[in-house]
Design a protein around this ligand. Structure first.
Ligand SMILES: Nc1ncnc2c1ncn2[C@@H]1O[C@H](COP(=O)(O)OP(=O)(O)OP(=O)(O)O)[C@@H](O)[C@H]1O
Ligand SMILES: [Mg+2]
Length: 236
């Protein structure tokens, strides 16, 4: 379990104020409007850009994060690109994993045709798949990904959610997303973040149209059928 006992971040015009948030093992998705605080939550947990932040009240497995460094794989919303071939990049970032495991990740994320290409020249979605492989190879007990579904086509979006779901069988996955339907179809828990405050995590099945409508300030309908969640804007 990843527990945020308390996390406060103050910018000039925005305050993130979180208390008693417990992300259990499984797939935990954070939803919420632009500027709500999703990325700030992740950066605060990682300490990224907030090096002076007191992270003693953020714990993994009952220990403060400062004492268990290296337990989180984190993919920020925006990632810098480097002029390095995909194959070299994966070898470099995967450390000492056996070649068999590296090959399996390359196969799983369909990266064979891209191995000789420069990271700089990949399409947005291709780069995301390389990043997914990197996270898979890091094999850490917590995975935090910020808007990973952006830029992926429908096929790879579902593939990515299924992969995160399989990782979540033994790990704590926290993913921020904008596609509420995709999120609620695959997630174990949903957390809504708006104006720096959180509601949840709650079981995906407990999220109502009223909650989502309030969060986004839009009249929304939620339908659940045949294992799929549909979320749509009510007709005006
Ligand atoms: N380093 C910073 N300095 C000042 N303000 C910041 C900083 N980082 C974020 N903010 C502000 O904090 C608020 C929350 O930003 P955050 O990036 O956490 O939102 P978000 O929920 O991830 O939004 P999005 O869906 O657009 O990615 C925004 O109003 C943003 O302008
Ligand atoms: Mg963000």
């Amino acid at each position: 379990m990843l527990k945020i006992e308390q996390l406060q971040i103050s910018y000039e015009t925005f305050v993130l104020d979180l208390e008693e948030i417990e992300f259990p093992q499984g797939m935990n998705v954070i939803l919420g409007p632009n500027g709500g605080g999703k990325s700030s939550l992740m950066k605060g947990v990682i300490g990224y850009g907030h090096e002076g932040l007191d992270r003693r009240k953020i714990q993994f497995g009952g220990h403060p994060l400062g004492k268990v460094e290296g337990v989180i794989s984190y993919l920020p919303q925006e990632n810098p690109r480097f002029r390095i071939r995909v194959g070299e990049y994966l070898t470099m970032t995967s450390g000492s994993v056996p070649e068999r495991v590296l090959d399996e990740a390359v196969r799983h994320f369909e990266l064979e045709p891209l191995l000789g290409q420069s990271i700089e020249n990949l399409s947005g979605g291709e780069f995301k798949r390389v990043q997914c492989a990197q996270v898979a190879l890091e094999n850490k007990p917590v995975i935090m990904v910020d808007e990973m579904e952006q830029g992926l086509d429908m096929n790879y979006q579902h593939g990515m959610m299924k992969w995160l779901g399989s990782e979540a069988e033994g790990k704590v996955v926290v993913a921020s997303m904008h596609d509420a339907a995709l999120a609620m179809t695959y997630a174990d828990t949903i957390t809504l973040i708006k104006d720096g405050r959180a509601q949840g995590p709650m079981p995906s099945a407990a999220v109502t149209a009223e909650m989502l409508s309030g969060c986004y300030g839009l009249p929304l309908t939620v339908r659940r059928q045949e294992g799929v969640v549909l979320v749509y804007h009510n007709r005006l």
